[in-house]
Design a protein around this ligand. Structure first.
Ligand code: CAA
Length: 395
């Protein structure tokens, strides 16, 4: 077993850390308070290659592995989760699927601008009445011969208002249920595409979340991804990778809050000594660090399985479940270590605590992750050690 990062991974970590500390940290509190979109930071993120990290360089991507992506996500998420959620959606939910399942024409047309961040993408699956129960799609894509007529509303869409390209899941044959669902690339400028107001949220407040409406939108047949009826599988496979991104985000939130709490525990003195010399605080730090390390192992393992071309669906669900719960626990403790200072915005930990909550909800709630994991467990699948590179070995 090798836990040593490669030189390239260290370089990426340092570049992501510099970007987060130098470009994202200044103004992060104000952007959060006023719900101001981090437009400049996201543009720079694209120029640095973080928007298409795993995309083949022939399409303008950075051609990196999933572990590098998780490392970069962690560093950026220590600082600004409104920026890192945009990065996660772009890489995992938008680009991965188009590259893996799109045809050559679709890839050549849409990937280069998305991979360099010139165009922002959004993934439109959730609906007012279909969140966890993703098969119950009411958005309809009616087959009209040489085009589909798209009608419906999507909710909670990250990058909803800023996106130029939407990946949209919609039902074509309701009687076939999930086997009748399709997936399309839809351009924001097409007639009939509109967006709702920017949501006023508990956390990731500067990220762009809105509903997206489709009213008699004509989608050319050429913009359907994959075979007829492939849309639900596409969404599930895409979300498997997305869950690694959000797990890495949750890990970054926890690690960022821990680093702040540790630094504060050296500076702050009570009863004549730094607070980390009191067992009450020292043991909190021990628990926080242990949970973060365990979460990191699950995130890296899921990323590694994906890079090996092995089945990673359950590993990704475990990573997201555990890392998001750790993010919540660690940020609450980080606020506690800071005492009253933790309750004010200037010290950053209260924002990380608010940001942590969404990682237990989006891209599959903790309850959905438990569904995915338990279904695999009940089938008798085992996880470690991995003994062979076969689809059957790990899950
Ligand atoms: N990979 C490939 N295929 C999969 C799969 C996977 N990971 N998971 C399920 N499938 C297939 C099944 O094999 C089945 O196919 P067959 O009928 O051919 O056998 C089909 O999909 C239906 O599967 P299920 O019977 O398991 O479906 P279900 O209704 O029980 O639901 C679920 C499964 C896992 C709960 C799914 O509905 C789910 O993941 N729900 C949560 C959705 C979600 O994560 N939403 C987040 C929105 S995106 C977001 O948050 C974005 C953002 O902007 C940040």
């Amino acid at each position: 077993m090798n836990f040593v990062l490669t030189e390239e991974q260290i370089m990426i970590r340092n570049a992501a850390r510099d970007f987060a500390q130098n470009e994202c940290k200044p103004g992060v509190i104000e952007r959060d308070s006023h719900m101001t979109h981090a437009t400049e930071q996201i543009k720079t993120m694209g120029e640095l290659g973080f928007m298409g990290m795993m995309v083949d360089p022939q399409y303008g991507g950075s051609g990196m592995d999933t572990i590098s992506y998780a490392i970069a996500m962690e560093e950026i998420s220590k600082v600004d989760n409104s920026v890192s959620v945009c990065m996660s959606v772009q890489n995992s939910l938008v680009l991965y699927g188009i590259e893996a399942y799109g045809n050559e024409e679709q890839k050549a047309k849409y990937i280069p601008d998305l991979a360099t961040g010139k165009t922002i993408g959004a993934f439109c699956l959730s609906e007012p009445e279909a969140g966890s129960d993703a098969t119950s799609q009411s958005t309809i894509a009616e087959d009209k011969g040489d085009y589909y007529l798209l009608n419906g509303t999507k909710n909670w869409i990250t990058n909803g208002k800023k996106a130029g390209t939407y990946v949209v899941i919609a039902q074509t044959y309701p009687e076939k249920r999930h086997k009748g669902i399709n997936v399309f690339i839809v351009e924001a400028g097409w007639e009939g595409v509109t967006t709702g107001i920017k949501e006023d949220k508990l956390g990731i407040r500067s990220s762009d979340t809105s509903s997206v409406m489709f009213a008699d939108v004509k989608v050319p047949k050429a913009n359907r991804i994959g075979p007829d009826g492939f849309g639900f599988k596409y969404a599930m496979k895409t979300l498997d990778g997305g869950r690694i991104g959000i797990a890495a985000q949750a890990l970054g939130i926890a690690a960022g809050a821990y680093e702040l709490a540790l630094a504060y525990s050296h500076e702050r003195k009570t009863f004549g000594k730094p607070i980390n010399q009191h067992q009450a605080i020292a043991f909190k730090l021990a628990d926080m660090q242990t949970k973060i390390e365990a979460a990191r192992m699950l995130v890296y393992r899921a990323a590694w399985l994906k890079d090996q071309g092995m089945d990673y669906a359950t590993a990704a669900a475990m990573a997201k479940l555990y890392a998001s719960e750790v993010a919540m626990e660690v940020t609450v403790e980080a606020v506690q270590v800071h005492g009253g200072y933790g309750f004010v915005k200037e010290y950053h930990v209260e924002r990380l605590m608010r940001d942590a909550k969404i990682t237990q909800i989006y891209e599959g709630t903790s309850e959905i992750q438990r569904m995915v994991i338990s279904r695999s467990a009940i089938k008798g699948k085992t996880y470690l050690p991995i003994e062979a590179k076969s689809e059957e070995a790990p899950v």
